[in-house]
Design a protein around this ligand. Structure first.
Ligand code: 5GP
Length: 192
């Protein structure tokens, strides 16, 4: 491909991918990062602890509370939210605007609260809901990931129930049967 603009939709339209906990949003974006470098993917700031294998500046900008406070105070974040009542996550605004100004197809992978804030501020963005094949499958994926303790899993399931109910708010739904298929479907939407 010689020009991403001609390949992937409008040069200025942002795509927001949201969906319930453990549905595989992170896996879909990782797959896109590896297989579709023409797509610009926002790197969020977060106050949560870095997990093994995560790279600062690639998966997240890992920041402390004071730094996050400063970003909020100076209105550096397009949106931000406390996720799972645990940590703060936010989208640095500048890089998003730069990517859009360059005409790059741009993607945010954020939680539902963040998606709603982006809709307030950028209603022209495209909102895509990543859905699990079923509730049972979502629970299986949540438990299977094994990175959370019992209490944390319960908290996340509670959040996921509320998040699933938000599906009708979105412009499009992609069901995550497999990561590559869901990622390709998302790209098709970004091209449409
Ligand atoms: P994790 O800690 O497992 O990487 O992510 C937890 C949740 O935070 C996921 O649902 C993810 O979509 C969400 N998240 C990641 N970055 C952002 C962000 O910048 N803003 C918001 N609102 N949510 C985010």
């Amino acid at each position: 491909m010689s020009d991403a603009r001609s390949e992937v939709g409008s040069p200025t339209r942002l795509t927001v991918l949201a969906g319930p906990t453990a549905v595989g949003k992170g896996a879909v974006t990782s797959w896109l990062r590896e297989n579709h470098p023409e797509i610009w993917i926002s790197v969020s700031a977060t106050t949560r602890k870095q997990r093994p294998g995560e790279v600062d500046g690639v998966h997240y900008h890992f920041v402390d509370d004071a730094r996050f406070d400063a970003m909020v105070a100076s209105d550096d974040l397009l949106e931000w939210a406390v996720v799972h009542k645990q940590a703060r996550y936010g989208t640095p605004r500048g890089p998003v605007l730069e990517a859009l100004a360059e005409g790059r197809p741009a993607l945010l992978e954020i939680d539902l609260q963040g998606a709603r804030q982006v809709r307030e501020r950028m209603p022209e963005a495209r909102f895509v809901f990543l859905a699990p094949p079923s509730w049972e499958e979502l629970v299986r994926r949540l438990v299977g990931r094994g990175t959370e303790d019992e209490a944390e899993r319960e908290r996340r399931l509670e959040t996921a129930r509320a998040e699933l109910a938000a599906e009708p708010e979105f412009d499009a739904v992609v069901v995550n049967h497999t990561i590559p298929a869901a990622a390709e479907e998302l790209i098709e939407l970004m091209r449409s």
